[in-house]
Design a binder for this molecule. Structure first.
Ligand code: VGL
Ligand code: ZN
Length: 216
């Protein structure tokens, strides 16, 4: 498609949390999470800069329901910076569940950014932890390398992809979500609808991978 979206040298593909625990059989399986893998593998070859993120929690992480007495997964607690959803244990550092999904083939990825490693704070976004103050360093990495636009793929669309896209915007980058290269958790309280609404409000473009002019 000649009138598709051109990929530039100043673009980064940010592949979010494509890890065993977010795929079928994992601790926090995203419905059909593994389906993004062939799409991402194909997309990634067209990008000079590919960054992977890895959710990387210590045992007993505050975001785990199991760390709180009488709480169940998907219950919430209130923290200083807002509401925290409590998740099933997932992506515990150095466990098989935290490993990148084995079908993911992006050998040219240059950075694997781990997040969520502070026990008392979650980090959905690849830019800022959930207090919205603590930086991960990704904005500086992108700026220092002259990268201006971030295209997002991975898991989960309504959590880590959403918050990374929002923060990319807030940090001064253009953010584009590649929807078919993402899958959502879609919690009962409407997390997927909320993500779409937020993308619209922040003018975050949401596209299909077929709209990109890929290299062959
Ligand atoms: C994620 C919930 C908890 C994600 C990570 O990758 O979207 N969601 N930890
Ligand atoms: Zn997590």
């Amino acid at each position: 498609m000649p009138d598709g979206l051109e990929i530039h040298e100043s673009d980064a593909l940010l592949i979010t949390d494509v890890q065993n625990d977010f795929c079928p059989g994992g601790g926090l399986a995203v419905p059909d999470g593994h389906e993004v893998v062939p799409i991402i593998n194909r997309l990634a070859t067209s990008f000079r800069t590919v960054i992977l993120t890895q959710d990387w929690h210590p045992l007993g992480h505050l975001s785990f329901a199991s760390s709180h007495s009488s709480k169940m997964p998907f219950d919430t607690i209130t923290l200083e910076h807002g509401e925290q959803i409590l998740w099933p244990d997932h992506c515990v550092q150095d466990t098989p569940g935290a490993e990148l999904y084995s079908g993911l083939k992006v050998p040219h990825a240059q950075l694997i950014l781990r997040k969520g490693y502070h026990r008392d704070i979650d980090s959905y976004s690849a830019f800022l932890e959930n207090d919205q103050i603590t930086p991960t360093g990704l904005a500086g990495y992108l700026r220092e390398r002259g990268l201006t636009r971030v295209l997002l793929a991975g898991l989960a669309l309504d959590f880590c992809v959403r918050y990374s896209a929002e923060d990319a915007c807030r940090c001064g980058f253009k953010a584009i979500v590649i929807e078919d290269a993402c899958r959502a958790i879609d919690t009962d309280d409407g997390s997927l609808g909320a993500a779409r609404q937020s993308f619209a409000e922040l003018a975050i473009m949401s596209i299909k991978s077929t709209e990109l002019n890929l290299i062959a």
